[in-house]
Ligand binder design. Structure first.
Ligand SMILES: Nc1ncnc2c1ncn2[C@@H]1O[C@H](COP(=O)(O)OP(=O)(O)OP(=O)(O)O)[C@@H](O)[C@H]1O
Length: 452
């Protein structure tokens, strides 16, 4: 090979490397689907039996193999010094040997950020076996994370992601469906949907600066255009929700005001109960449309302030607030009153009513937490992997949360950034939809009933 050939070969190599780099840099999606993914997929298949063995996912099986391993020696083993010329006889024969069988891996389907693959479970395996080794798989495949996202009898669907899909989240367009908001994205790229008619009450917990208020902003922005009443309890002295007052039907900023407003809400629920009873309906959604009262979404910020007491003189007020909030939570679902309770901690240390309240909040959102107990309190008896995921949320990714609905499934998700100005703008723009509080309480319902 002469020098010119070497120079030309090196030049071609450098040009293709630069071209590859530019392709990856400016057209990452096509590069991923056409180059990176096929290479990754080939590596995953080629190494699967070793990876599965390393992760403890294989099972021992007997298989017929042509074997050379039993190699009898001709000559005496007891005469090592003199048997330098001993003859080795390799005997090939088919024999039954024990092998480590890896679970069958089906076709790898590329996704925007990685791939999905169904794996057939071997005898005695359950989906949790794969969830338990997800981190090992992620390291073996050199990807950001591996998650079990679905299971069917006898198989599990694994999702591998090359980078954290929550680093940047885009807005999921609102559908305008009543009592539904899409505040962000799930880790699997699907919109994060909060549907109050499916999961009526939510607990939104997290350390300071973890993104709780941003989520409240996103929810207010999503709900503002809908024909519903919004009610605010802002125990931070009103600094969070006062800017949204134009779209709120009522706002309480001190505990005394909260006790009054909670009393009103209990009355609203009781009146709606009576209305439903009169018309033989089990809930407001069974009432005919002209009779149906307006749904109410109640946002409570810094809930611990409702329960904390400096001295005994506050005991009576705290107890009234706790009881009323619990009643709203217990009865509100059927009668169109829904709760989002935000706070840094909502543990039993705040008082006996808190545990009962928490058990009514079937939707859980756990942002970054400072201590494992808060994750435990928020996610309760969820899958331990959900608790681990909540504890790993980094401080530099505010808005990331582990969310769990009442079906026991959980997801990592991130809210879209919604500035206070944006939420405030939505509150002003849809201020005309804010029904005055007096219209939502007893008098209007009586009016409704009489009109019927
Ligand atoms: N989804 C998000 N994307 C980008 N930035 C976010 C997101 N959520 C929150 N942030 C930013 O993180 C910071 C803290 O957010 P936020 O005020 O919502 O936290 P918080 O939990 O309500 O804090 P605190 O309890 O102290 O009020 C803010 O600067 C906010 O802009």
């Amino acid at each position: 090979m002469n020098n010119t050939t070497i120079v030309v070969a090196l030049g071609a190599l450098a040009a293709s490397a630069a071209g590859g780099w530019a392709w990856r840099r400016w057209l990452p999606r096509s590069f991923w689907y056409l180059i990176e993914f096929p290479v990754k997929a080939a590596l995953v298949y080629l190494t699967w039996s070793h990876v599965a063995y390393g992760c403890g996912l294989t099972r021992k099986r007997r298989r017929w193999r042509i074997s050379l391993d039993a190699v009898p020696l001709a000559g005496s083993m007891s005469r090592p010094a003199r048997d330098a010329a001993a003859v080795v006889v390799e005997r090939r024969r088919v024999r039954s040997v024990v092998i480590e069988k890896a679970p069958p891996l089906w076709v790898l389907w590329p996704t925007r950020l990685g791939w999905r693959v169904w794996v057939k479970l071997l005898d005695g395996q359950v989906p949790d076996d794969y969830a338990d080794v997800a981190e090992r798989l992620a390291h073996a495949w050199r990807v950001h994370a591996v998650r079990v996202i679905k299971s069917k009898p006898g198989r599990v669907l694994l999702l591998a992601t090359m980078r954290d899909p929550l680093t940047v989240v885009d807005v999921a367009p609102e559908t305008g469906e009543l009592l539904t908001v899409r505040p962000g994205r799930l880790e699997n790229g699907q919109p994060w949907i909060i549907d109050f008619r499916t999961v009526p009450h939510w607990l939104n917990a997290g350390a300071t600066q973890s993104g709780k208020s941003n989520l409240a902003n996103a929810i207010i922005k999503g709900l503002a255009p809908q024909p519903i009443a919004l009610v605010g309890f802002d125990l931070k002295g009103g600094v969070e929700f006062t800017p949204y007052a134009p779209r709120l039907s009522a706002l309480a900023t001190t505990r005394t005001e909260c006790v009054g407003l909670l009393g009103d809400l209990v009355q609203v629920v009781i009146e709606r109960m009576a209305l439903c009873r009169t018309h033989g309906a089990r809930n407001i959604w069974k009432l005919s449309e002209h009779l149906r009262p307006m749904p109410v979404v109640v946002l409570v910020d810094e809930v611990a302030e409702l329960f904390l007491m400096a001295d005994k003189s506050e005991k009576e007020e705290v107890s009234r607030a706790a009881t009323a909030l619990l009643r709203v939570a217990q009865l509100g679902r059927a009668f169109g009153v829904y709760l989002i309770i935000c706070g840094q901690r909502i543990g039993s240390d705040l008082g006996p009513g808190v545990t009962a309240l928490r058990s009514q909040l079937s939707g859980r959102i756990c942002h970054r937490v400072n201590d494992p107990e808060t994750a435990n309190m928020t996610l309760g008896d969820m899958d331990p992997a959900a608790l681990a995921a909540a504890r790993q949320i980094p401080a530099e990714m505010p808005g990331v949360a582990v969310i769990a609905g009442q079906d026991g499934s959980w997801h990592r998700a991130r809210s879209v950034y919604v500035s206070e100005e944006e939420a405030e703008h939505a509150a002003r723009r849809f201020a005309h939809l804010a029904r005055p509080w007096a219209e939502l309480t007893v008098a209007s319902l009586q009016g409704n009933a009489e009109a019927a």
